[in-house]
Design a protein around this ligand. Structure first.
Ligand SMILES: [Zn+2]
Length: 249
């Protein structure tokens, strides 16, 4: 590889880690769906050239210089700044939760054409929300869509243990809905209504335009987001702190 080899890469900034006094390691979702890291030198300098262009949730066109261990940001131009995601507390918390899930569902050197357009649309949808219910639906839809894509699609039509169609509980560990009788043997099977099951099924298929136009009551929306949290924690097998914070708001 020639010295100072540079290349362009579009990405969405998912996470920032401080490096020394003035630098930052950026974790971003590349437009090929893989997860990458790069050093942004001087990105912690107040008013620095890179600070505003490498902020969380920004969609950026990077020029990266190949480094010995980590690539270095040579230039960054903003494609979509997603400004309101850093100024509105509820939207910021929602975007942090979505980016946390994106970090746990993308991997270095693993290309996946589904992930970048989905995350890009979700961040824009968060900015387009007017209510908490809409935010809850967006998070729920994102979690179930991205996890279903990676193999964890919930079974919602019949009991996952005995195939009975009269279901009343949801078990993330079992992978979907269960009937009352099977639920007695399953720890942590949550009560779920027909309406809530039908919402989960719809959210797997709805576009974000449709989700933004949908009407739902606060209680149902907030219950759906709690199921999405259990689903993500169970299948990603990790603690999700940004998601915990969002649910606690
Ligand atoms: Zn059953």
């Amino acid at each position: 590889m020639p010295r100072n080899h540079t290349f362009r890469n579009k990405g969405i900034v998912l996470h920032k880690t401080k490096l020394g006094e003035q630098d930052v390691i950026l974790t971003f979702l590349s437009d090929d769906g893989s997860q990458r890291q790069a050093v942004a030198k001087g990105a912690r300098k107040p008013g620095g050239r890179l600070a505003a262009r490498c902020d969380l949730f920004c969609e950026v066109d990077f020029l990266l210089a190949q480094g010995r261990s980590l690539d270095v940001v040579a230039e960054a131009s903003l494609i979509t700044p997603h400004q309101s995601l850093r100024t509105n507390l509820e939207q910021m918390s929602c975007a942090s939760c979505v980016c946390e899930i994106a970090q746990h569902t993308s991997f270095e050197d693993a290309q996946d054409g589904f992930l970048f357009p989905l995350l890009s649309r979700v961040l824009l949808a968060i900015e387009q929300t007017a209510t908490t219910e809409q935010l809850d639906l967006i998070v729920t839809a994102y979690v179930f869509k991205v996890l279903a894509h990676q193999g964890w699609r919930p079974q919602l039509d019949e009991c996952i243990a005995c195939a009975d169609s009269d279901v009343s509980r949801f078990s993330a560990a079992m992978g979907g809905v269960v009937c009352e009788s099977c639920a007695s043997d399953i720890e942590g099977a949550e009560l779920i209504s027909r309406t809530e099951i039908s919402w989960l099924d719809s959210l797997l298929h709805m576009t974000f335009d449709q989700i933004l136009a949908a009407q739902i009551d606060k209680q149902t929306a907030s219950y759906l987001v709690s199921l999405a949290h259990i689903w993500a924690v169970t299948h990603l097998d990790c603690r999700l702190r940004a998601f915990e914070y969002y649910v606690s708001l």
